[in-house]
Write a protein that binds this ligand. Sequence first.
Ligand code: PLP
Length: 363
Amino acid sequence: MSRFWSPVVHGLTPYVPGEQPKLANLVKLNTNENPYPPSPRVLDAIRAELGDDADRLKLYPDPTGSQLKAAVARHFGVPADWVFVGNSSDEVLAHTFQALLKHDAPLLFPDITYSFYPVYCGLYGIAFEAIPLDADFAIRIDDYLARGAANVGGVIFPNPNAPTGRLLALADVARLAAALPDAPIVIDEAYVDFGGLDAIPTAAGLVRQHPNLLVTQTLSKSRSLAGLRVGFAIGQPELIEALTRVKDSFNSYPLDRLAIVGASAALDDEAWFEQTRRQVIASRETLAGGLAELGFEVLPSAANFVFARHPQRDAAALAAQLRERSIIVRHFKAARIDQFLRITVGTDVQCGLLLAALKDILG
Ligand SMILES: *Cc1c(COP(=O)(O)O)cnc(C)c1O
């Protein structure tokens, strides 16, 4: 506390990111990064943008990121003015909270979900209500509709949800958006690319029928670019304009030159994307099977992580014992989930090391 702080700062409870330890030979399965490198075309594009003398870095980047918007629009088959781009999807989400989710009626999101949501509510002074997941940790749309349309200022949740990994059917997303036509519905699809082998269950195709629906995604997970910080949103121009108004009241140039060209190249390399996401999905199934064999209860995951608990072992103790073996997973000290571990899907070698360590720990 300090007398120099603005009153709002006194009241903040900031988000705590998973740790990024600077240790060698760590099996790092705690922050849902992709174990594979990004498309080689990303590096080519960044090198080309830098040139021999990085002369272009003296110039501001395109404030609208139009090259990246065009790449997103191509990928999803939507017009470019249905796309918003930002410096990470966390930034896109922050603008979304301020631009679309602050109303008199409370914002609704699950009791167990991305822990940044209540942080943004605190930052922007947004009233919210947490709706409990059902006993199987699934989102139940009827619980949201039961609040009555007049009592819903907006709805946001990740799909697949975090940290559970559970996927809600697209038909339920459509039903929610249709039943609350006057409330912005935001689907945070950070993990959606791991949600299906042959078809990706994104709600991006639903935004044409639903003017209240906004879909956000990130290049941090399925595109292996957590270090570049790029995210985007897709929705009808009315929603996109709200985000642009906030962005242009905050930072005119959120994406630097290297991020714009690198992210565009990643979106254009479909073959690399398909190969790596399929490998992660295959490894996830092997990992889930291996955990089940060790006695873990594993929630069905549509993401690049699994959420699992062992009926006889304390989760925090397990996480600490793994840490002694240089394997880091994520444990949340939160109601209902404090006996779960969230384990990122690594390479098959990393998953094998995790399973061997657990086998050893369990005896
Ligand atoms: C990782 C994650 C994000 C943030 O992605 P960035 O683009 O890296 O900021 C947003 N939502 C959820 C649910 C996530 O897990």
